[in-house]
Design a protein around this ligand. Structure first.
Ligand code: AMP
Ligand code: MG
Length: 414
């Protein structure tokens, strides 16, 4: 699958293609912006975040109960303590606990001076101002240190973290109202094909509804990209050229679908070479082989094949790493490892992405079962699948229980 005459590489391995994409994407880093915590979900941290102070910041009770001095606790049976006040969470009262005294306390309330232990309410009995405390509470029990959660200056969150609710909660706990994140990449999506139409239109002979607009648009948004606009175009090189030039002026990434192979109406490879630069064309994968990658001006261009599954697979295998790299995101996208429940014989030498389901057996082992609907135009197989099972290049036979990579589809586990 090499083309001796092309002025760019043709027919790369998946790994070579992905490495090239990542290398190019590294030179396309994005601006940094400040967003409010309410808008920080899914955004990528632009810098390390250190704890600005100890958190929680004061010694406090981990339980509802009674604060005492550990030295006074009973060695056996039950012992009576004199109740000398109460401290509720949020109060600024300071009642000193003396010998054989206790203070009623609630979870999160500041520890009273003198006390170093909290006895759970469940291990006590109240009789007027006397609190009977059972044996069994360890010295220092149920007290949270002032720096239990974070110590001032601790590295709390690393640059490149894609923020999830727990991490945004950390920022909130530090008292921050905004956070520096990497700007969302801006994308224009162009779906191409004379046969395409949209909902509301009656299908003419040979026509289909444009589904890639939604699969690729959804994938872009799910991966933190701002979809600036979508255009649907006929297979017309003049219209396409114009749309590509306009899109590239307005976007960090241009994603197209269709018209990228060797058919009579496939204009993308030639057009990209004319108005931009082709980094490579065709990857030794199935489905998705005709993928074309290049740039127009500063915009990276991913021209994906039109078959719905091909577009999906090439997005996950190659557009996603570009987005993560441009966004300086860390940790995303490592494949899962799973055992095949069925033997597979692969007739070609390319890397294959098979649609399949994932489940965990009784021993906690992840298993992958290829679907019966593997056609690259079959949305039915894709919609039922949990993952793309990756069958590597050059290997033809995969036994039952063979360990393979699986790229989980967005939404898995369901
Ligand atoms: P192409 O890559 O243009 O040769 O198209 C390959 C196959 O994908 C053809 O069967 C097209 O009809 C189909 N296809 C192309 N674009 C879309 C789209 N946006 N939505 C659904 N199917 C498409
Ligand atoms: Mg086409």
């Amino acid at each position: 699958m090499t083309n001796e005459n092309a002025p760019y590489p043709v027919g790369l391995s998946l790994n070579a293609a992905r490495s090239r994409i990542v290398e190019i994407a590294k030179a396309h880093s994005l601006a940094v912006e400040e967003v409010e915590l309410d808008g920080a979900l899914g955004r990528v941290l632009a810098g390390d975040v250190h704890a600005p102070r100890d958190v929680p910041g004061y010694r406090n009770s981990a339980m509802d109960g009674f604060a005492v001095r550990a030295n006074d606790l009973p060695c056996s049976g039950t012992k009576a303590f004199r109740l000398c006040g109460e401290v509720l969470a949020g109060s600024n009262q300071s009642i000193t606990v003396g010998v054989d005294e206790c203070v009623r306390i609630t979870t999160g309330a500041s520890m009273p001076p003198g006390a170093d232990t909290v006895v759970m309410k469940e291990n006590t009995r109240t009789q007027g101002l006397l609190i009977h405390i059972d044996v069994g509470t360890a010295a220092g029990a149920n007290v949270r240190a002032a720096d239990e959660d974070f110590r001032a200056e601790d590295l709390a969150l690393k640059r490149g973290t894609r923020l999830v609710p727990a991490q945004i909660a950390v920022l909130a706990a530090f008292g921050l109202g905004t956070v520096s994140v990497v700007a969302k990449p801006r994308a224009v999506l162009i779906t191409t094909g004379d046969e395409l139409t949209e909902f509301g239109q009656v299908l003419g002979p040979g026509q289909i509804y444009d589904s890639n607009r939604y699969s690729l648009g959804g994938l872009l948004e799910q991966h933190g990209v701002r979809l600036v606009c979508h255009q649907r175009l006929r297979d017309d090189p003049v219209l396409l050229r114009d749309a590509l030039l306009r899109a590239s002026a307005d976007a960090d990434i241009v994603v197209t679908s269709g018209g990228v192979s060797v058919g009579e109406a496939d204009f993308m490879p030639q057009l990209l070479a004319e108005i931009g630069e082709v980094y490579f064309w065709k990857v030794r994968i199935k489905p998705g082989m005709p993928l074309l990658f290049g740039r127009i001006g500063q915009a990276l261009v991913f021209a994906l094949p039109g078959n719905p599954v091909s577009g999906f697979a090439t997005f996950l295998a190659m557009v996603k790493p570009a987005i993560e790299t441009m966004s300086c995101a860390i940790g995303g996208g490592a494949p899962l490892r799973a055992r095949l429940t069925r033997a597979i014989h692969k007739q070609h030498s390319r890397t294959e992405f098979q649609r399949g389901s994932l489940d965990c057996d009784d021993l906690g082992v992840l298993r992958a079962t290829p679907s019966d609907r593997q056609g690259s135009a079959m949305l039915s197989g894709l919609a039922q699948a949990d993952a793309l099972i990756v069958l590597p290049e050059a290997v033809h036979d995969f036994a039952v229980n063979a360990v393979v990579d699986a790229l989980p589809l967005p939404g898995w586990p369901r």
